[in-house]
Ligand binder design. Structure first.
Ligand code: G
Ligand code: G
Ligand code: MN
Ligand code: NA
Length: 250
């Protein structure tokens, strides 16, 4: 059987899980919230990476039901965390294309009772490239409802700066390829510094992704980066381990 067939017939609620990676303030070390990351606990293959199943789900139309489940599940769990901890959820460009995304997000908020201000939607630049007018309108409607919008993998795209003019993002997530080299590549350090400065002058929060070493943390602190996530603090964890992280860092 192919992964595609398994995905099509999978009972999502019993095979899929939302895992959560903590996002912390660089200056204070206090927990700000979590990024939700999907996991597939396949009955015979074991854990299948989203790098494998998300592209298949996008190509076969399964991303809509997977993505809807994820929005509901992650909002439901986040509603049980102490206020104002937030949850960041990745949304695929294909979910924008399919229509109905605004209603799906509104339903997830209403059913969970999560305040819209505690939800952040992470998109990549392809969302804006795809269908500029319609997707930008949808992003604006989400912002009007109080939902925050983050631009993921910032710096890796074709014309990242152009998007900042088109839409008032709440957050830039500095791609981990720059963070990884911050201590041994003057170019990477210069790019990270420029993104943080850009965020500061535009009033946009900045999160460094993929922080793995104390030296990277010290550097990001010196550069006044806002938030960070990475293996230095924690990989994505299953939901039963979230309370322990909240207890330790919040
Ligand atoms: O969790 P991990 O680092 O293995 O994720 C690999 C990739 O899968 C990342 O690019 C991440 O954004 C993506 N991903 C993880 N969970 C989701 C999800 O719920 N929806 C979408 N669209 N992408 C996800
Ligand atoms: O594309 P996106 O930024 O959503 O992807 C998040 C992915 O990054 C997840 O798959 C997560 O497992 C991974 N990740 C999180 N922290 C680290 C880290 O410190 N190092 C590396 N290499 N990957 C990380
Ligand atoms: Mn992300
Ligand atoms: Na990213």
């Amino acid at each position: 059987r192919s992964l595609e067939m398994d995905l099509r017939s999978a009972d999502i609620a019993s095979q899929f899980e939302a895992h959560f990676q903590p996002i912390l303030s660089v200056q204070s070390g206090i927990l700000c919230g979590f990024e939700a990351l999907m996991r597939w606990r396949h009955p015979s293959r074991g854990m299948v990476s989203p790098m494998e199943f998300i592209p298949i789900a996008e190509e076969t139309g399964q991303i809509d039901r997977l993505g809807r489940w994820m929005l509901h599940e992650a909002c439901r769990q986040a509603a049980s965390w102490p206020d104002p901890l937030m949850v960041a959820i990745n949304v695929s460009p294909v979910q924008f294309r399919s229509g109905g995304l605004l209603e799906v997000i509104e339903d997830a908020l209403r059913l969970s009772g999560l305040a819209p201000e505690r939800l952040e939607i992470e998109i990549t630049e392809s969302v804006i490239l795809d269908d500029s007018a319609a997707n930008l309108a949808l992003l604006r409607q989400l912002r009007e409802r109080g939902v925050r919008i983050a631009l993921d993998d910032f710096g890796t795209g074709y014309s990242s700066l152009h998007y900042l003019k088109q839409f008032p993002f709440n957050r830039l997530k500095i791609d981990r390829s720059f963070v990884r080299e911050i201590d041994n590549s003057p170019e990477s350090l210069a790019i990270v510094r420029a993104i943080i400065g850009l965020g500061a002058s535009l009033g946009i929060d900045t999160t460094a992704e993929g922080v793995e070493t104390a030296a990277q943390l010290e550097r990001l602190r010196a550069e006044q980066c806002g938030e960070l996530q990475g293996f230095l603090f924690s990989p994505p964890v299953a939901s039963e381990n979230v309370a322990g992280i909240i207890g330790a860092y919040f």
